[in-house]
Design a protein around this ligand. Structure first.
Ligand SMILES: [Zn+2]
Ligand SMILES: [Zn+2]
Length: 135
């Protein structure tokens, strides 16, 4: 992904700009990602918190993630778009849901994680590594 890049929620209340390219791009099949995305898995990218400038105030909700640590998810209060996830286990980084990108074609997943809880009818790409949990 070419930096800087930007994105936001569907209604435009929440916007972000990332000054550096993501650390990783991935598909997560943990149950919490399934529930919070309303889809069989969630695709997103990991960036350093210090590289992201956010405008607007998303609503947050914290859950115990599959790993046992607390994950705080944020979404737009007006349009409901899932945006960011921050985990207490790694406070320096955050993940951002890929459909929020202004340029969706820049997203290319590099790995699949938590495939141990992937739905059996999900087709996983054989071209990228699969991890049963978080690597
Ligand atoms: Zn919105
Ligand atoms: Zn997940």
């Amino acid at each position: 992904m070419t930096a800087p890049f930007s994105g936001g929620c569907t209604c435009g209340s929440i916007r972000y700009v990332c000054s550096r390219a993501p650390v990783a791009m991935l598909n997560c099949h943990c149950l919490d990602c399934q529930r919070s995305s309303g889809a069989p898995f969630a695709s997103g990218f990991i960036v350093r918190v210090s590289d992201v400038a956010i405008t607007g105030t998303p609503k947050t909700y914290s859950v115990r993630a599959g790993s046992g640590s607390l994950a705080t998810r944020s979404f737009c209060f007006d349009c409901g778009s899932p945006l960011f996830t921050r985990g207490e286990a790694a406070p320096g980084v955050m993940s951002i849901r890929f459909p929020t990108l202004d340029n969706l074609s820049e997203f290319r997943p590099m790995l699949d994680i938590w495939t141990s809880s992937a739905q059996p009818w999900v087709c996983l790409s054989q071209e990228i590594p699969h991890h049963p949990r978080s690597p």
